[in-house]
Design a protein around this ligand. Structure first.
Ligand code: SF4
Length: 91
């Protein structure tokens, strides 16, 4: 199985306000409350929520509809959309 090609750009963590499923993580400016602006990394990575785990999301919700490769490609399309979002700095 191909590994999800995350580039750790942080755009998904900086735009949690855009999806109902991740809105609970919003610290108030659209960025996740667990995202570190200084290190540009998740501070709870080992214990991050299921919604942040692409492989778990696939198994839980999408394996009956898409192949893994299709699911990766769909997620990469979202990555491309998020890449167009403006950079967010610390509040
Ligand atoms: S919990 Fe971690 S991986 Fe999930 S959105 Fe927040 S910073 Fe990103």
């Amino acid at each position: 199985m191909r590994v999800f090609p995350c580039t750790q750009c942080g755009k998904c963590c900086q735009n949690v306000h855009l999806a109902e499923e991740t809105r609970f993580l919003d610290r108030g400016d659209g960025t996740c409350k667990h995202y570190s602006d200084s290190s540009k990394q998740c501070t709870v990575y080992a214990d991050r929520p299921d919604i942040c785990r692409v492989d778990r999301q696939y198994e839980m919700n999408y394996a009956n509809r898409y192949s893994w490769d299709e699911f990766v490609d769909l997620n990469l399309q979202v990555c491309a959309v998020l890449a167009e979002q403006p950079e967010r700095g610390p509040r």
